[in-house]
Design a protein around this ligand. Structure first.
Ligand SMILES: [Fe+2]
Ligand SMILES: [Fe+2]
Length: 157
């Protein structure tokens, strides 16, 4: 599996879930909770494989420009993952505050994904050869599975 294809597939899936969440109303309490759980797991697994495997490889293959984008991307993960998402998880799904927070999370993720795909991934395609991208993809597929299993095991406790 090509690393960039894997990450793009993840983006597509999470964008669809966020779009669905944004279209729900304050009456769809159960649906909102289910979607949010899925989004949480998806974002968690995706940012883990990016931060542990893809971003470091990108940064090491590049120069100053890549270091800059690396830190910008990390900061966007932090804004979504440590601020907006935890806030949303603590918000009553029957409230308009939930609607507002869900919309902001969607916009943050869309902006971040756009920058990754238009800048970082395009640069990575020229900085890293096919074989390296394939090998990174293998490692990320495996790691993602581990992260998801660990998450599910922790939830089942
Ligand atoms: Fe990212
Ligand atoms: Fe990403």
């Amino acid at each position: 599996m090509d690393a960039i294809q894997l990450l793009k597939d993840d983006h597509k899936a999470v964008k669809a879930l966020l779009g669905e969440l944004a279209r729900t109303t304050t009456r769809a309490v159960k649906r909102r909770a289910t979607l949010l759980r899925e989004i949480h797991l998806n974002l968690h697994a995706h940012t883990r494989i990016e931060e542990e495997i893809f971003y470091p490889a990108y940064r090491e293959a590049g120069d100053k420009e890549q270091v800059k984008l690396y830190y910008e991307a990390l900061e966007e993960h932090r804004a979504a993952g440590d601020l907006v998402l935890p806030g949303l998880l603590q918000t009553d799904p029957s409230s308009e505050q939930f609607s507002g927070r869900a919309k902001v999370l969607k916009e943050l993720v869309e902006h971040h994904v756009e920058e990754e795909e238009q800048q970082m991934f395009k640069q990575a395609r020229s900085l890293l050869d096919k074989e390296t991208l394939r090998e990174l993809g293998e490692r990320m597929t495996q790691r993602k599975q581990e992260v998801i299993e660990g998450w599910k095991a922790a939830k089942a406790e």
